[in-house]
Design a protein around this ligand. Sequence first.
Ligand code: NAD
Length: 325
Amino acid sequence: MAQILIVSEAACAQAVSAAAAFDAVRDVFAAMASGKARNFPVVREALGYQDALYGFKSGFDAAAPALGVKSGGFWPGNMAKGLTNHQSTIFLFDPDTGQLQALVGGNYLTAIRTAAASSVSIAHLARKDARVLGMVGAGHQSTFQLRAAVAQRQFEKVVAWNPHPDMLPKLGAVAAELGLPFEAVNREDLGAQADVIITITSAFEPLMMRDWIKPGTHIACMGTDTRGKQEVDPALLAAATVFTDEVAQSITIGEAQHAIAQGLITADQITPIGAVINGTHPGRTSDSEITLFDGTGVGLQDIAVARVAAEQAQNLGVAQIVTLG
Ligand code: NAD
């Protein structure tokens, strides 16, 4: 008889720590770069109903092995109903038989796997002596980003800017909880102070200009995951060594789309972060180099953390098990 695990949002939060998400995302980025894992083309459609955007992100990782799909999207009217606007569920299938294995809540996991991606980039690309973390953005994802980033370097201070300043105290409270001084600054000051910068906004225009970024900075651009979105000056990508989760997404829906469209960089100048993890690319080669990670978000990240969620939730006894006759 087939058994299906159901792992709720609450169970996911109990089952998957930032550290476990880091390991899962690092390993799947490595598998992608060595050709053992691949993402399938993303489907994303406007439903023409409730103003909703709906789609699928899927992939197969032969190294794990893991097969699955994240299905969901964005329902802008949800907030008024007391629900999160982003809604998603991850389906895991048995790679040997195709049978459904688990239904896993995708909202918490999306935040934790996105934070894991930027923290993997910090671990592999930021200067070892990075001390000031700059946060551009203060929405839902930002607190997850901050928590994951501080585990990677001995940060002594957080500087932050957000287009809606009233959102900053929530981020400041997390910094305080982590024992870090927090300062709201303007964007130029943020660039002048920060050794590592994370951008995590819904912007459609450059928020950080090339001239504001000091030599040796690592910047993780995490907000741009759709055509038209943008967070930084395209000239910054031309000045930086650019890394990404997946090049095909980086040049079409990621931050690199603008530098590519303007002919400032070419796709072969963008390196999958997995190559650095695998040791086939040196990553940062000097203390004055600017490194930029274009985190676009791939289905295999979702599948990787959903596997951890299913396994750990079962171990903790917080997964529901449905037996099909
Ligand atoms: P949120 O709605 O909670 O917060 C949005 C943030 O963007 C806030 O800081 C807000 O002040 C700012 N913002 C809103 N409109 C803006 C505008 N027009 N210009 C500049 N800034 C603006 O969203 P969130 O869940 O924190 O997500 C932030 C971004 O990250 C979104 O663009 C989302 O699509 C993206 N995201 C990326 C990934 C990935 O894997 N790369 C994963 C999840 C979310």
